[in-house]
Ligand binder design. Structure first.
Ligand SMILES: [Cu+2]
Length: 304
């Protein structure tokens, strides 16, 4: 079944509006020269007791090698607060965004999208470590574990990361691209049907809301139409009568704002996965997956 934590994913809200100093327009930010000064990956071991991060990094494409041994999983999320927004205010917005009441969730996610830029991150569980590469312009960023929002009475611990210097480097090589788009029918993924599990995947948000990209293995024979049936039933308060998922956990790319990219690399078991976004819609408060933001992707060598 769906974990509550997925709703949490909703976090990442942010508004495109932010275009201020913050946003790296993804590939546009690349330098003309190859990045020989490749940043060393930042290892992030997520635990129920927290995690550590360096206090600063050079601006550019920064890779976070994220892992956990906690069965419940964790989600590293990075944000940049817009001018004048405090962490306390942003935290209150996130708490609203993960509410089970759609009206509250819509209000919370809208506020968070207005007040912060989501720069991405990685959701992990013990079976699969995830490397996520994020373009960070010079500036101040805050990283936290999104799953803390689901721990009763837990405070959110923010790790401040300063990106210093001129943005250097170009978009890393990647073998697949997944777009997050808005359509007349609602938010959607545009994705290849099959992705080589060893490929780096570029995730690009072309929409104007926060989106994430989680991978959760599905049972044999589950296609996108079946997922639609499943989510529609749940949305209408009905019992779908079947569980499309072959596992209770997921892993993938945490929320990014519109106009941003992130790259993920993970070595998951081969098979069919649902690509999912559970961030609440900023109008209805309904998580995007329930509005059709799901797709079935096969992780398999490209021979097929
Ligand atoms: Cu979404």
């Amino acid at each position: 079944m769906l974990r509550r934590t997925k709703l949490a994913a909703a976090i990442t809200t942010a508004t495109v509006a932010l275009a201020g100093p913050v946003v790296v327009a993804g590939p546009a930010a690349q330098a003309a020269t190859p990045d020989h000064s490749a940043h060393k990956p930042v290892r992030v071991v997520m635990t129920n007791a927290g995690f550590t991060l360096p206090k600063e990094t050079r601006a550019g494409f920064v890779t976070f090698a994220v892992s956990t041994e906690d069965a419940g999983g964790h989600e590293l999320q990075g944000v940049q607060l817009h001018k004048g927004v405090s962490l306390a205010k942003f935290t209150a917005e996130l708490r609203l965004a993960v509410s089970n009441d759609p009206k509250q969730a819509a209000a919370g996610i809208s506020a968070a999208e207005r007040d912060a830029t989501a720069v991405g991150g990685a959701s992990v569980e013990p079976s699969t470590a995830v490397d996520v590469t994020i373009p960070l312009c010079r500036g101040t960023y805050y990283f936290f574990d999104f799953t803390q929002l689901f721990v009763p009475n837990a405070a959110i611990t923010y790790h401040k990361l300063e990106a210093k210097g001129r943005f250097e480097g170009r978009t890393p090589a990647h073998g697949a691209e997944i777009d997050q788009v808005e359509t007349k029918a609602g938010p959607r993924f545009v994705t290849p049907k099959a992705i080589d599990p060893d490929d780096t995947i570029l995730v690009r948000n072309k929409a104007d809301e926060f989106h994430e990209a989680m991978f959760q293995r599905v049972n044999r024979g589950v296609d996108n139409a079946k997922l639609t049936k499943f989510f529609n039933a749940l949305k209408n308060g009905q019992n779908p009568g079947f569980n499309p998922f072959a596992e209770n956990v997921s892993r993938g790319a945490a929320a990014i704002s519109g106009g941003r990219i992130e790259l993920i690399r993970f070595h998951a078991q081969r098979g069919h996965y649902a690509l999912l976004c559970f961030i609440p819609d900023n109008q209805s408060g309904i998580p995007h997956a329930f509005l059709g933001m799901h797709a079935v992707v096969r992780l398999a060598e490209s021979s097929s």
